[in-house]
Design a protein around this ligand. Structure first.
Ligand code: KIV
Ligand code: ZN
Length: 530
């Protein structure tokens, strides 16, 4: 087992506080959110940020799901410096071997293998008896140990599994060499009291429970994922599986920023610490939101736009006199800075680089040059450029950098005369292609022209515009959703021109749809009998 995680999980004590391992699964369970696909470049950026932020284990993907997932896990393994890199595998040889192969590049690796254990999963999904499931637990953990001594095992749907059978398989997994036992509330069915009692029961009843670290993996179907995870830790678990912005299957997973800040803020009743640099939470939230195009709800705890905003007169009065009257956390501790006026059109490269650093971005030379050019264009067009403008611009540039198709030029003829017309030029793998189309409004015309260059069967099921800052000269942020064969992708882009932002968001969605097509369908994965 990796020394850092082993040490931090079991015994390490900081001023009387035990360490809780933060296992981030944004790139695996998070990426399973309908629509939240990320390309390789985006995954690498998220992984590097998680590593820098102090995440202990990064679940980088499900290597057998697609070649793209395999490559992503391998490349993340190469890049990550501190965290353990983990790959998911079902309880079959092919899955485990593929995960082991992908993780060869990692300095520290973990294989996470799982199988459904509840009566529903055994009977309907797997069609296996208790004994057959038991045998697969032993064989899968044993095989994973052939690749690494850091093996995590999960009984899927643990919260609906009979306690006797659960104890039996957990004991067997530890005996076969699992060093972490993860207890998933796969369908988000549990309550804090019940989940805490489950973890306590396992630790007390399983004879060799002291040989493994217990972990929580809670889904948010009833809105209790964070509360359940914390109850698990209070009952003896020392690893929490979570995702940035609570991304994940259906209603998502426990939100990393919430569990980390709850542990930090309420250390009076939860004597634990994590290794997370909380000042990076906002940046991580913004990056994940940008690359997945999943907006963060305004009133989301910790990272929502309103999380530290005080509207009522009484609250504002109290905060001005003493912030603690209505604030239990300091905004700067989660990376929220007072929005400040940035720079003008006369600002130079040096000042701009400083501003980027202050906002938490270190860009390579090429990316910096591109962003600086866009900043100058923006400053020419917009009287005041704010921090939020810069963030939207950088995130947009970063998200677009790795896309195969890019918007080069757009001319639109709109107005009362009709029909509206758009002329679009796209860069398709280095070749410029131009088409002209009419439509029912300028956005429709633009999308029609794009579709002539990039024909696809996706249905546009969402088109939404919002202003990044105030004023009629604000940048427009356009979000779109495309659906194709039961799958969906979200995409987003920002530009001072709403139509350019629309074209870029639409092209980004088509790029993402192409990436998504490379993934094995969930039915195909399920059919192999995890
Ligand atoms: O929710 C779940 O059960 C999972 C497992 C693969 C751990 O994501
Ligand atoms: Zn899950």
């Amino acid at each position: 087992m990796d020394a850092k995680v082993a040490e931090s999980g079991k015994g390490a004590v900081d001023a009387g506080k035990e360490r809780v391992i933060i296992f981030d699964t944004t790139l695996r369970d998070g990426e399973q959110s309908p629509g939240a696909s990320m390309n390789l470049e985006e995954k690498l950026q998220v992984a590097e940020l998680l590593d820098e932020m102090g995440v202990d284990v990064i679940e980088a993907g499900f290597p057998i799901a697609s070649n793209g997932d395999f490559e992503a896990v391998a490349e993340i393994g190469r890049r990550v410096k501190n965290a353990v890199v983990c790959g998911l595998a079902r309880a079959g040889n092919a899955d485990i071997d593929r995960a082991g192969e992908a993780l060869k590049t990692a300095r520290q690796s973990r294989i996470h293998t799982f199988i459904g254990t509840s009566p529903l999963h055994r009977k309907f999904q797997l069609q296996l008896s208790e004994d057959e499931v038991f045998d697969r637990v032993v064989s899968s953990v044993t095989r994973a140990r052939g690749f690494t001594d850091n093996v995590e095992w999960s009984p899927m749907d643990a919260t609906r599994t009979e306690h006797d059978f659960l104890c039996r398989v957990v004991e067997a997994a530890i005996k076969a060499g699992a060093t972490t036992i993860n207890i998933p509330d796969t369908v988000g069915y549990s309550t804090p009291e019940e989940f805490g009692a489950l973890i306590r029961m396992l630790i007390e009843r399983v004879p060799n429970s002291d040989k493994a670290i217990f972990s929580t993996h809670c889904h948010d179907d009833l809105g209790m994922a964070v509360a359940n995870s914390l109850a698990g830790v209070s009952a003896g678990a020392r690893q929490i599986e979570c995702t940035i912005n609570g991304l994940g299957e259906r209603a998502g997973n426990a939100a990393l920023e919430e569990v980390v800040m709850a542990i930090r803020t309420r250390s009076d009743i939860m004597p634990f610490i994590t290794g997370i640099d909380t000042r990076m939470l906002m940046r991580a939230s913004k990056l994940v939101s940008a690359v997945t195009a999943f907006p963060v709800q305004y009133n989301k705890a910790i990272v929502g736009q309103n999380a530290f905003a005080h509207e009522s007169g009484i609250h504002q009065d109290g905060v001005l006199k003493n912030a603690q009257t209505y604030e239990i956390m300091r905004p700067e501790d989660v990376g929220v800075k007072a929005t400040s006026l940035v720079l003008g059109k006369h600002s130079g490269r040096h000042a701009f680089k400083e501003k980027l650093r202050e906002l938490g971005y270190e860009l390579g030379d090429n990316a910096f040059n591109d962003v600086f050019r866009r900043f100058k264009d923006l400053a020419d067009r917009k009287k005041q450029v704010w921090d939020d403008d810069i963030v939207a611009l950088v995130e947009d540039e970063v998200a677009a950098a790795a896309e195969a198709v890019k918007v080069v030029a757009l001319t639109v003829i709109a107005g009362t005369g009709g029909p509206q017309k758009a002329i679009v030029t796209l860069d398709v793998a280095g070749r410029h292609e131009t088409r002209e189309a009419t439509g029912n409004g300028p956005v429709d015309a633009t999308f029609n022209a794009i579709k002539m260059i990039l024909p696809h069967a996706g249905r546009l099921s969402l088109y939404q515009v919002h202003a990044v800052t105030e004023g009629t000269d604000a940048q427009a942020e356009v979000s779109i959703k495309l659906e194709e064969n039961g799958r969906m992708v979200m995409a987003r882009s920002a530009d001072p021109d709403t139509l350019v932002a629309s074209a870029k968001a639409y092209v980004s969605g088509i790029n993402k749809m192409a990436t998504r097509r490379g993934k094995a369908a969930p039915e195909a994965i399920a059919a192999e009998g995890a």
